[in-house]
Design a protein around this ligand. Sequence first.
Ligand SMILES: [Zn+2]
Ligand SMILES: [Zn+2]
Length: 160
Amino acid sequence: MSNKVELKGKCLCGAVKYKLSEKPLFTQACHCKDCKVLTGSSYVINSSVVENTFSIEGEISSTIKLQAGSGKYVQMFFCNKCGSYIYTDYESAIGRLNVRTKTLEKSEEFPPQAHIFTKDKDEWVNLSNFNNCFEKMYDPKETWPKESLSRIKEYLNIKK
Ligand SMILES: [Zn+2]
Ligand SMILES: [Zn+2]
């Protein structure tokens, strides 16, 4: 399957729209305490994308830079009008952005490939049938598909 696609996403009110020219590298659910507060929910689902495959239009605002669990900074971007969270820029994720998976039109095609920070998982979220669970973070080199690792590696090499 080719990675070249055209995936579309948008906020709730439709004022912000974005496109992805390649499929996401990896999709994961994070159950950490910060993500709970940020989303007002039990976990967030993010899809990691190569930054130059993402294009967005419409008025967006950003949060202040917040410190992530890694100690590095993170900034969230959302629609000015309806407040839907669209994507996150993690300082630790070089060359990548994290789109909020559920803002994608065909989000059901991108279920979480891993669940992270399950040490903070709500008890009533049952992941007993799911293998790729991590107490905290994982090593992408061991968890991501090889194809995704080579795509981001290639991009970072071109960027240099
Ligand atoms: Zn909106
Ligand atoms: Zn989190």
